[in-house]
Design a protein around this ligand. Structure first.
Ligand code: ZN
Length: 546
C-alpha cells in the first residue's frame, strides 16, 4: 500500500453519492486521486513520513464546486474597469466620475454593474451620463448584461439617431421624438460596443489568472464558461484559456461555450469544430455552443407565450423577443447535435424555454439519442406542461438559484409584468426534480455573486441572502441541502462531461476538493452562505488556502 500524499481526519465528508458504511469522516489522497474514504481507522494505516495530515473538527469536505454557467474572464475584465456592482445607486455618480478622472488615458470609459431597478423604467438617461463623462464615449453594462447605459458621445460615435431602425434582436430606448435616450437593450448594444477597442491578449491572460484565484477561493474547481467569443484573433478569451492550458497554469477544469452569433447561420459550425479541436488542451475543452434564445423579463425582452402586462395589470401587445426564432433554433440545435457539439441555451421566458425544448426534440427526432447533455440555463419561467420534457428529452436544467427569491428585480420588475399566475411558474427547481429532470447549477457571475454557498443557501431557503427575514418565494420549490449540493457538484460535472472523474467523493476519482470552515448540517451553524472556504485542492494539489 502506498503512503498517502494527503490525509484528512475528523471532517464531515459529503460524498454527494450514496456511501456504504458509517458516515465517512476521513479521506486519503494519493497520486492526485481519492485513495480511501471512510473512518479514521481506514486512513491511518496510509499515513507515511511524507503524508500531509489534517486533523479536523467537523469541518465540511466537499467535492470541488463546479459552476455550470459563469462568465469568468469577461467578468474579471469588467471588474477591473468601472465596477458599480457593489454600490448603491446613489454612489454611482461619484464612482463614475472618480474612475474617469483616474483613467485620463482611456479613450473610452467602460464598466458594468448598474441594476435595472436603479432607474425609472429600467432606462438610465444619456444626459445624466454626459454630466459625469462629457469628454469621451462611455458604455456601462447593466448587471444582467442585457442592457447598456451610454452617453451622447457614444451614441454619436455609433451614428445612432432618431432615424436609426432597431436591429431585429434589440431595442434602442427612445424619447417621444424617437431620439435615443441613453439605454440600449440586447442586440442594440452591439451598435456601440463594436466601436470599443477590445482588451489585449495580455489583459485576457491576466484576467484569467486572477479570476481563477478568485474562484478557487470560493471552492470552485471547474466551470463552464457561458460564452466565449473568438474571432480567431490572438486577443480572444479562448486564446487565453488555450495559453493557460498549454502552460499548465489552468488549474480549473474548463468547458468553454462558443458564442453562437444569431446574425449568422449554420456556416458557423465548421469554425466551432475547428475551435473545439484546437482547445482540447490539458484541463480545457470547447465542445459546447452557447445560444441566447431570448433576453430577460426585467427588460421585457424575455420571450413569452402570453403578453407582458402593463403597470395597471392589463395585457400589452408585447411578448418580448426571440433572439433566435424557433425555426432557426431547431435548425441550429439539430445541426450542432449532428456534428457532436453540446448546446448550452439561455432561456428565461416560457416561450424561450419551450422553443429550446422543441429544438432538442427536433434534434432527437433527426439524429436519434445522443450523450451530448444539452442544457438550458436560467429557466426562469417554465410553462407547467413543459416540466416533464426535461426528463424525457434528457435536457439538464442549469439553474441560478440566487435569483429565486423576493428581491427588487423580482418584486418590482418581474411579478407586476407577468401577473400572479405566471409568477408561480418561476424557478420550479423541486418541480423539475419531481418530473425527472437533472439539475446543474451556476452563478452567472458577474450578474450575481459567484459564491456557490450563497447560491445553495437560496436554493434551500428561497430567501435572499441580502434580506434573510424576507418571506420565502414559492417555498414548495425549495431544494433539500443534498439536492442543492448535488446540483453544484455532480450535476454540473455531468453537463460538462466530467462526472466520471469528478463531482463526488469516491475512491478513484480525482481529488478536486474543497474544505469549509463548518458543518452545513449543524442547526446552530448559521446560514449556509456564511460558511467560508478554508482550502481548495485540484488533483490533490492545494490551489487555495485561507
Ligand atoms: Zn450568463
Amino acid at each position: 500500500m502506498p503512503a498517502a500524499d494527503l490525509v484528512l481526519m475528523g471532517a464531515s465528508v459529503e460524498p454527494i453519492v450514496p456511501h456504504a458504511g458509517p458516515p465517512p469522516d476521513a479521506l486519503a489522497v494519493s497520486g492526485g486521486r481519492i485513495f480511501a474514504i471512510g473512518t479514521r481507522s481506514d486512513v491511518e494505516p496510509l499515513i507515511g513520513r511524507r503524508s500531509r495530515v489534517l486533523r479536523l473538527n467537523g469541518e465540511t469536505l466537499l467535492p470541488g464546486f463546479q459552476d455550470a454557467h459563469i462568465h469568468p474572464v469577461q467578468g474579471e475584465l469588467t471588474a477591473r474597469r468601472c465596477d458599480l456592482s457593489e454600490l448603491a445607486a446613489d454612489r454611482f455618480d461619484d464612482a463614475i466620475r472618480a474612475y474617469a478622472a483616474a483613467h485620463p488615458e482611456s479613450s473610452w470609459i467602460e464598466g458594468a454593474g448598474w441594476s435595472v431597478t436603479d432607474f425609472p423604467d429600467a432606462a438610465p438617461r444619456r444626459e445624466a451620463f454626459d454630466a459625469l463623462v462629457p469628454d469621451r464615449p462611455a458604455f456601462l453594462w447593466s448587471r444582467d448584461g442585457h442592457s447598456a447605459w451610454v452617453n451622447t458621445r457614444a451614441i454619436e460615435l455609433a451614428g445612432i439617431s432618431a432615424g436609426t431602425v432597431d436591429p431585429p434582436d434589440g431595442v434602442i430606448v427612445r424619447d417621444a421624438d424617437g431620439a435615443p435616450s441613453g439605454t440600449l437593450r440586447e442586440g442594440a448594444m452591439s451598435l456601440v460596443e463594436r466601436h470599443i477597442p477590445p482588451p489585449s491578449a495580455e489583459e485576457h491572460i491576466e484576467a484569467l489568472t486572477s479570476v481563477q484565484r478568485r474562484l478557487h477561493a470560493l471552492g470552485i474547481t471547474g466551470w463552464q464558461d457561458a460564452s466565449v467569443h473568438d474571432s480567431g484573433a490572438c486577443d480572444s478569451q479562448l486564446a487565453a484559456y488555450r495559453h493557460a492550458a498549454a502552460a499548465g497554469t489552468l488549474e480549473a477544469r474548463v468547458v468553454a461555450s462558443l458564442f453562437w452569433d444569431p446574425r449568422r447561420g449554420l456556416e458557423q459550425i465548421d469554425g466551432f469544430l475547428e475551435q473545439a479541436a484546437a482547445a482540447k488542451v490539458g484541463r480545457l475543452r470547447a465542445d459546447t455552443v452557447k445560444i441566447w434564445v431570448d433576453g430577460v423579463i426585467e427588460g421585457l425582452t424575455a420571450a413569452m407565450l402570453d403578453p407582458y402586462l402593463d403597470e395597471g395589470g392589463h395585457a400589452t401587445a408585447s411578448r418580448g423577443m426571440a433572439l433566435v426564432p424557433p425555426d432557426a433554433l431547431r435548425e441550429a440545435v439539430t445541426a450542432l447535435d449532428r456534428v457532436g457539439l453540446q448546446v448550452h441555451m439561455h432561456a428565461i421566458g416560457d416561450a424561450a424555454v419551450r422553443s429550446a425544448l422543441d429544438a432538442v426534440e427536433a434534434a432527437r427526432e433527426a439524429n436519434g439519442a445522443s450523450d451530448l447533455r444539452h442544457h438550458i440555463a436560467h429557466i426562469q419561467l417554465i410553462h407547467p406542461d413543459d416540466l416533464p420534457r426535461f426528463g424525457t428529452l434528457k435536457v439538464s436544467a442549469n439553474m441560478q438559484p440566487i435569483w429565486a427569491c423576493h428581491e427588487p428585480t423580482m418584486d418590482e420588475r418581474t411579478i407586476p409584468f407577468i401577473g400572479p399566475e405566471r409568477s408561480t411558474w418561476q424557478y420550479p427547481f423541486a418541480g423539475l426534480l419531481r418530473h425527472g429532470a437533472r439539475l446543474a447549477s451556476g452563478s452567472d457571475w458577474p450578474v450575481t455573486s459567484a459564491n456557490p454557498l450563497l447560491e445553495i443557501e437560496v436554493a434551500v431557503t428561497r430567501v435572499s441572502h441580502q434580506d434573510r427575514s424576507a418571506e420565502p418565494f414559492l417555498p414548495a420549490e425549495r431544494l433539500t441541502l443534498d439536492q442543492a449540493l448535488a446540483a453544484f457538484t455532480i450535476g454540473s460535472a455531468y453537463v460538462s462531461h466530467l462526472d466520471a472523474d469528478t463531482g463526488s467523493i469516491e475512491v478513484g476519482k480525482l481529488a478536486d476538493l474543497t474544505l469549509l470552515d463548518r458543518s452545513l448540517r449543524d442547526p446552530d451553524g448559521g446560514p449556509i452562505g456564511d460558511a467560508r472556504v478554508i482550502a481548495t485542492w485540484v488533483e490533490g494539489v492545494e490551489v487555495y488556502a485561507a
